[in-house]
Design a protein around this ligand. Sequence first.
Ligand code: ZN
Length: 429
Amino acid sequence: MRILIALFVSTIFSFTAMADITVINNVTVLTMENDRIISPATVLIDGDRIIYVGESSQAPSTNDAATVIDGSGKYLIPGLTEMHGHLPFTSWSAVEQERILFLYLAGGVTTVRGMLGDPIQFVLRDKIAAGEIAGPMLYLAAPSLNGNTVASPAHGRELIRRYAGEGWDLQKIHPGLTRAEYDAIAEEANGLNFPFGGHVPAEVGLERAMDAGQASMDHMDGYLQMFDGGQREMTDEDFKTLIDMTKRSGTWVVPTQELFNLLIGGGDVDALSARPENRYITPEQLRRYRGRAEQANGNANRLAVENRQRLLKALADAGVNIALGSDAPQLFSVPGFSIWREIEVMKAAGLTDEQILNIGTQAPGKYFADKDSFGTISQGSRADLILLNANPYEGIEAVFDQAGVMAAGRWYSRQEIDARLDQIAEDVR
Ligand SMILES: [Zn+2]
């Protein structure tokens, strides 16, 4: 009995005595653990963790020092993960480095899998964790292994040992590796339990990359190539083969569909140029983007894009591991906002609101389960949250209408985000 009382007292104490507790009240929580919705719900956040999520009537009381966010009429979802994002390089100015990290947050992206390593990213990750700068949680791919950076199979092994030792979260693979180099890299990485992912080098091919244990196939590299999908309409039989292979291997597909549809199939340059998020990039960047898009229009392959869209839908319906990635910043892909464009393209491919929301939240949580717990709204998870003004189950576009973002327990209100976005728009003019 005494132990029980002690436990009870210590629980109450931990909820009431800490000044940095945040409470989100009277909100509808889409937990993203199966289909569970709680309403009206209360969520308590202490530091970077969710310490309570449940019905408001059952919630423990907190003292006056807690920060209270009114969730009335609003919907709470886990933050989004950008699974193929690009992060600052040492050569950028501090202002540019911090700008891109903030843009991710401003779009509701609370986790980025950085897909091209630079040592400055470790420094930035520490500064974000310490609250010195605003940004998402970063998981970092090492500098790229490709035809130019790897001289031989032995050299590939040496680089894998070095990068694994330096503490990178995974190894980025780019085109140009020979089959022998790839095999050596894969064997060395597997031996060290060091995941590798990214492109599928042409000489390797999709089947071998899957057999070798590649963790993610980005851009759906190798998928169309296996069935000549640039030249002919792919069949359900082709899709079935690809689905079976992918499921058997357990690999992740990060389609970066919006970007690749544009690169392969072209797009309406004027409509692309009129996107509101272009106000966060420089006029010079916009000019470059226009030029590249016009180039893409010069040799557009609509058939390949149609195959990609149909394949994406087939993969999603079959329950393949898919994650949301936009390859920002690339062509008209402004960090944070490009994830919204990826969501739109997934919807156009026929994915349901539920499928897309899963792909954006709990799926990457599953991918990173060995690192931390996030991607669902549950006790003990990292407090990465988006407060929405509408219900995304009734239209995924609700994800674009954000009342605020919480990253690792730090709250950014709509007003704060807008003020900084206006400042960025001013700075880049
Ligand atoms: Zn990339």
